[in-house]
Design a protein around this ligand. Structure first.
Ligand code: HEM
Length: 489
């Protein structure tokens, strides 16, 4: 406790240090209120590398984009799992696999993500998502103009379709007399529980114990109850990801059923928490910009024509078709650029010296965190002209292909867009995530008429800064209806 109250002194060779005037908390409150503003002001004061005390820990921020690689490549001295696993344990309460009693390591579980979410595995996932999205869209029977919030609309469709794609369909409910209502009630309960847990996520990570938030804990346990292996194994169309995770967890001795189920709650959160707001921003910006909407429609109509498909029946776009939808890709990238606020954190295993791009060497102490905050890059006017504006074609080159050349100070660099993190901790679901959002946008254009009713851009809700894609502070109304031809089917 005494250690928390003392202020540390900067040693020779260390970056500038700000302890903050509040013992233990340091600069946490200023950082949390508006990380971008905080970091911009400290950059002016200290330059591109400095250390701050945040909630009892020391974070060295590296702001120069050309030095990102120096951090991302430091596998030996920097550990990314320590921080992420500590957060996951607090929120989801699952077993800690670094405990020797489980006789397994994260290194054995982790490769499943890549095996089942990338490469060839992406094709069946994409096809399954295609069917599920259209199933959810059509069952709403919204044939007359309906007014709703864009977030609420995107949430309902993406959550259910994403859930069905990973966790499959609950067959025993289909056997009931009122199968449709039973399914509906089941899904509504899962969505409500997810929202309760997701809303509390930043508070729990910040240190509020979940047992004090009894409604949140109840929601988490309710979700875990649905993911018990005895139920999950009866679902049809389980994804390979969940099947493999069930198998590996079943092989672990000393791992009880509730702990297995809680790991699936963590997976549900990872697969939805960022995808949902990213889908909102992509749809909102596409509807708000007449050029974006026109060009996106053109791209979808052209693909329908090229593949000889009509929207009167179910549409099917494969992974390769989606890869070629560069306008939708650029709309999504631009929406991610404007709404992403994730932080990349690595913990120093040892005292070591970090060499920045400028050749400057800074000393890092064992146990300190190094933090990268890509929103500083995403909104940098030297990299992106009119950085705060949405430009649907910002990520398209002159040939209509994905643009990959961005400059700062006349120098080309790679890490111009990092909503999915980078290096060892880069999101393994990133290809699936972009595909899902593309599918959603393309299918919305195929099956709905829609009109935005308010053109004001809602502000970003900074309370989730550091955790990924920010939500809007409030929802935006729009109206929509399923196209008439679908009604006649
Ligand atoms: C981790 C972003 C969608 C699965 C992450 C991280 C970020 C991220 C920033 C942490 C990286 C770090 O610590 O440096 C996003 C965004 C998404 C998205 C912006 C949507 C737009 C998905 C989807 C899935 C997924 C759809 C799975 C189906 C995961 C998993 C991890 C992760 C399993 C943890 C990986 C690990 O422990 O190494 N994601 N993600 N994500 N994401 Fe995503």
């Amino acid at each position: 406790c005494f250690l928390f109250l003392t202020k540390r002194k900067r040693l020779d060779g260390e970056p500038p240090l700000e302890n903050g005037w509040l013992p233990f908390i340091g600069v946490a409150l200023q950082f949390q209120r508006n990380p971008l503003e905080f970091l911009t002001s400290r950059k002016r004061r200290y330059g591109d590398a400095f250390t701050c005390r945040i909630a009892g820990k020391y974070f060295t921020f590296i702001l120069d984009p050309f030095s990102y690689n120096a951090v991302i490549r430091q596998g030996k001295n920097l550990n990314f799992q320590k921080f992420a696993i500590a957060a996951s344990l607090k929120v989801f309460g699952h077993a800690d696999f670094s405990d020797p009693k489980y006789n397994i390591s994260y290194e054995e579980i982790h490769p499943i993500f890549r095996q089942t979410l990338q490469g060839a595995a992406l094709q069946p996932l994409t096809l399954s998502m295609m069917k599920n999205l259209q199933f959810v869209m059509q069952k709403s029977k919204a044939y007359d103009w309906t007014t709703e919030g864009v977030y609420s609309f995107a949430f309902k469709i993406m959550f259910e379709a994403g859930y069905l794609t990973l966790f499959g369909r609950n067959e025993y409910l289909l056997a009931e007399d009122n199968a449709e209502e039973a399914q509906e009630a089941w899904m509504t309960r899962i969505m409500d529980d997810f929202k309760v847990l997701d809303n509390a996520f930043p508070h729990i990570v910040a240190g509020v114990p979940i047992f004090l938030l009894w409604k949140v804990k109840a929601a988490r346990e309710d979700l875990a109850g649905k993911f018990l292996h005895e139920y999950l194994k009866k679902n049809t169309n389980l994804s390979e990801l969940i099947e493999k995770r069930i198998n590996i967890f079943d092989r672990i001795k000393n791992l009880d059923e509730v702990n297995k189920a809680r790991t699936h709650v963590a997976m549900l959160w990872a697969s939805q928490a960022n995808t949902l707001p990213a889908t909102f921003w992509s749809l909102f910006y596409m509807l708000r910009s007449p050029e974006a909407l026109r060009e996106a429609r053109k791209e979808v109509e052209q693909l329908l024509q090229d593949t000889n498909q009509s929207t009167e029946t179910q549409v099917c776009f494969t992974k390769d078709h989606l890869d070629n939808m560069t306008v939708l890709g650029s709309i999504i990238d631009e929406a991610l650029r404007l709404s992403s606020a994730s932080i990349m954190i690595r913990v120093a295993n040892e005292n070591f010296i970090l060499t920045l791009d400028s050749r400057e060497e800074i000393k890092i102490r064992k146990g300190d965190c190094i933090a990268l905050y890509p929103q500083m890059i995403h909104l940098d006017p030297e990299i992106y002209e009119d950085a705060k504006e949405f430009k649907y074609n910002r990520f398209l080159d002159e040939n209509g292909q994905r643009k990959t050349c961005f400059l700062k100070n006349g120098r080309k660099f790679k890490s111009f867009l990092l909503p999915f993190g980078a290096g060892i901790s880069e999101c393994p679901g990133r290809f699936f995530a972009v595909n899902e959002i593309k599918q959603f946008l393309a299918l919305i254009l195929c099956h709905y008429d829609l009109e935005l009713q308010n053109m004001d851009i809602p502000p970003l809700d900074n309370s989730r800064a550091g955790f990924g894609i920010l939500q809007p502070k409030y929802d935006v109304q729009f109206r929509y209806k399923l196209k008439r031809k679908n009604r006649e089917k």
